[in-house]
Design a protein around this ligand. Structure first.
Ligand SMILES: Cc1cc2nc3c(=O)[nH]c(=O)nc-3n(C[C@H](O)[C@H](O)[C@H](O)COP(=O)(O)O)c2cc1C
Length: 353
């Protein structure tokens, strides 16, 4: 039976209210992104990869990733590292911070990460990978999951050998992005491999890669047997892709787009502070206002403005109806004064999985 996108499912003891999972993305998955993902239908959201070494050394910036708002749950926090014991200790910290699930990154192809023995390089060290999962699963009471690529080299089928071993070691679910580490984001995600993977592991599998529409999401669920699909790039500056996948109206009005962007900016300024947020947000202007929603010169104007306040004023001038929508959206969110920690939250320079 192919699951409906709106059907709930379980990872261990955690109920996930839909079959749509928002991907972890370094430099993207800030709290505003995750909360927005939940509002638009994602049943599970995930932090970007958090360095175990950073947690271990009490790096203030790294610890900033561990801030969880009440409307994010269920939330997975993803950790990366290469040593079982520090990873187990980091997992305890992550759970104490409020994670419902601890996810381990065995997918990041970026050299800065793989050269430390972490990320996708662990697919070539299955004994160590197994020990990491066992140590983390032993350390915490919440489900432990792993996100991985197919292997290092193009055409690799390493995931088919490693996946079942990680389940034996204690993984409660696995996410497969069926590209090789060498491929980075080129070519296509080969979900015929996901189908083979699903048939070999006895836990729920989340299929990641190139899911951009409801039709594609349904096809991936139907042809792979995966429990859920994960959406990454399609949701960047575009929560309406999530809405479309869930079966609701896709196209937002200009006012809705401007309002979501303004809300995203305000929340991100609270998370990162104005200085860091103003740089961080520039890529989001193009993502939100692209797709023919606003003219190109307008986007270019926003990118050169110095403060987010100026950007907000321009957006409101271009779409005055956005003001009322922002007010309504803000009224529906938990009160930031009591709910969300306002200290600066760091953005990693790494590029993920
Ligand atoms: C900018 C960027 C950052 C990413 N960061 C992470 C990360 O921190 N952890 C991770 O497991 N995957 C990361 N990924 C991989 C995504 O989670 C996802 O598996 C991949 O983008 C394929 O899905 P998509 O085609 O829906 O984007 C990242 C991808 C992108 C594009």
């Amino acid at each position: 039976m192919v699951p409906e996108l709106r059907e709930s499912w379980w990872i261990g003891s955690v109920e996930i209210p839909s079959r749509l999972v928002l991907a972890p993305m370094a430099g993207v998955s800030v709290q505003a992104f995750r909360r927005q993902g939940r509002r638009y239908g994602a049943g599970l959201v995930c932090s970007e990869m958090v360095s175990v070494a950073g947690i271990q050394h009490g790096n203030e910036k790294t610890l900033g990733y561990l801030r969880v708002a009440s409307d994010e749950h269920p939330l997975a926090i993803q950790i990366f590292g290469s040593d079982p014991e520090p990873m187990a200790e980091a997992a305890r910290r992550v759970v104490a911070a409020g994670a419902d699930i601890v996810d381990i990154n065995f997918g990041c192809p970026v050299r800065k990460v793989t050269k430390t023995g972490a990320g996708s390089s662990l697919l070539d060290a299955p004994d160590l990978a197994e020990r990491i999962v066992a140590a983390v699963a032993e350390a915490v009471d919440v489900p432990v999951t792993v996100k991985m690529r197919r292997g290092t080299d193009n055409g690799s089928r390493t995931c088919l050998e490693v996946g079942p071993r990680l389940v034996e070691a204690g993984a409660a679910a696995l996410t497969l992005h069926p590209r090789s580490a060498k491929q980075l984001y080129t070519g296509t995600a080969d979900h015929t491999l996901t189908a083979e993977f699903v048939s070999l592991v006895k836990v729920p599998v989340i299929a990641s890669g190139d899911v951009t529409s409801r039709a594609r999401a349904q096809a991936v669920l139907a042809t792979t047997g995966a429990a859920a699909v994960m959406v990454g790039r399609a949701a960047q500056g575009n929560p309406w892709a999530l809405r479309e996948i869930m079966g609701d109206d896709a196209e937002p009005s200009r006012e809705e787009v401007a309002a979501e962007l303004i809300l995203f900016m305000r929340e991100t300024v609270r998370e990162l502070g104005e200085h860091r947020a103003s740089g961080f947000l520039k890529k989001f202007y193009a993502w939100y206002l692209g797709r023919g929603r606003f003219p190109k010169p307008f986007k270019q104007e926003l990118v050169v403005l110095n403060s987010t306040e100026e950007v907000e004023l321009r957006l409101l001038a271009a779409a005055p109806g956005a003001r009322e929508i922002v007010e309504r959206l803000e009224a529906e969110l938990p009160d930031p004064a009591t709910d969300i920690l306002l200290d600066s939250l760091p953005i990693s320079a790494y590029g993920g999985g």
